[in-house]
Design a protein around this ligand. Structure first.
Ligand code: FMN
Length: 373
């Protein structure tokens, strides 16, 4: 255990014996300090949307296909020309130093070992260079919170490009922080600096609450701002935080190379739908014009399967990977991705789908309509 600015940071490095990803939260709660755990685990207001994210996966069901004559399902996939061993990615998540002393550098190492895709937040504890080094050349995307300060936007986009990231994820659903009660109860302020904010005139985030951090980000974002980012960088830009067909089409109209369906893991707008419940309406509107990424509430291989079957091309996890990081460092993160992918392979076999392309052709039972679509 390292102590930094009075905050206890875990230093574990080990392979985890995982029963399921939900149970990891219980284990991680024992070792992450209360303020840090509250920030990671909680959602906004009374957490209606956070809970809906989990329940929604019950709304669609996988039809067993026992006579499909397949064995040894393969989970490898390609997105934006990048080959991955699994259709699963690390969602961009801030301040992973709260979970582990090596923060996102270790996350990147574990994700690379698993052959998944790493994404890094603007508000990461580790610097872009350290995260790139942690990944050892494996593919990474960089997530931008658009700042009011365009010099900052330009310089961080340049830095990400220089580090070799393959795409930019522009998050648009956090123009202010959701009302997160756990942070209020814990009087949570980030105890550790955020490496990429050092260039910000407002300081590096240390000693600030999430609302103060978000205050430096642009509150007023429309398609023109998305286009401005797209025009500046020659990397593909994926717009994250899309939950409606209308916004998906605005993003594509502005030149987005991808649409990322997410409600920020129930941390932003509370009272909104589960991300899974809106996924199909977005993939239908996008209609294969660009890849669709998806996250919020994914904990099971069957959840990954269902999201792919409704048209997602890549499926992200946030909290479970952070818990794996706390409990086992890079190998802990690796264990989380391996576990989820192994669950996915079992589901694939039982659903008669040998490849990710087969999953995308699979039909789910819609229990609300009693139809298979
Ligand atoms: N999303 C971003 O786009 N940028 C961030 O900096 C960011 N920070 C996060 C920090 C934490 C601790 C968590 C849990 C999520 C964060 N998110 C952020 C949202 C994740 O990218 C993702 O949408 C969410 O975690 C998915 O839900 P899940 O945790 O249920 O898997």
């Amino acid at each position: 255990m390292a102590i930094t600015n009075g905050y206890k940071q875990n230093e574990n490095e080990k392979i985890l014996n995982i029963l399921n990803l939900t149970q990891l939260a219980t284990e991680a709660k024992k070792i992450i300090p209360a303020g840090g755990f509250g920030y990671i685990a909680s959602g906004s207001e009374d957490e209606f949307t956070l809970q809906a994210n989990r329940k929604a996966f019950q709304h669609r069901q996988i039809v067993p296909r026992s006579l499909s004559n397949i064995e040894k399902p393969q989970t490898d996939t390609t997105i934006f020309g990048i080959n991955l061993k699994m259709p699963i990615m690390m969602a961009p998540a801030a301040a992973q130093g709260l979970a582990h002393v090596k923060g996102e550098a270790d996350t990147a190492k574990g994700v690379a070992k698993a052959g998944a895709l790493m994404t890094e937040s603007t508000y990461s504890s580790a610097s872009i260079a350290d995260v790139a080094a942690g990944g050892g050349g494996a593919p990474q995307f960089f997530q931008l919170y658009m700042s009011k300060d365009w010099d900052f936007n330009k310089s961080i986009l340049d830095e990400a490009k220089k580090a070799g990231v393959k795409a930019i994820i522009l998050t648009v659903d956090a123009t202010i922080g959701g009302f997160r009660e756990a942070d209020i109860v814990n009087q949570f302020q980030f105890p550790l600096p955020m490496a990429n904010l050092v260039k910000f005139s407002q300081g590096d985030g240390e000693g600030k609450g999430i609302s103060e951090i978000y205050a430096a980000a642009a509150q007023k974002i429309g398609p023109k701002d998305v286009k401005r980012i797209i025009d500046y960088t020659d990397l593909p830009v994926i717009v994250k935080g899309i939950e409606s067909p209308e916004d998906a089409l605005y993003a594509i109209g502005a030149g987005a190379a991808g649409v990322y369906v997410s409600n920020h893991g129930g941390r932003q707008l509370n009272g909104g739908p589960a991300s899974f419940d809106v996924l199909e309406s977005v993939t239908k509107a996008v209609n294969h014009q660009v890849p669709v990424l998806f996250d919020s509430g994914v904990r099971r291989g069957s959840d990954v399967f269902k999201a792919l079957a409704l048209g997602a091309d890549l499926v992200g996890i946030g909290r479970p990977a952070i818990y794996g990081l706390a409990l086992g460092g890079a190998d802990g993160v690796f264990s989380v991705f391996e576990h989820l992918n192994n669950e996915l392979k079992i589901v694939m076999q039982l659903a008669g789908t040998k490849t990710v392309a087969d999953i995308k052709r699979a039909k789910l039972l819609n229990i609300r309509k009693h139809t298979i679509t």
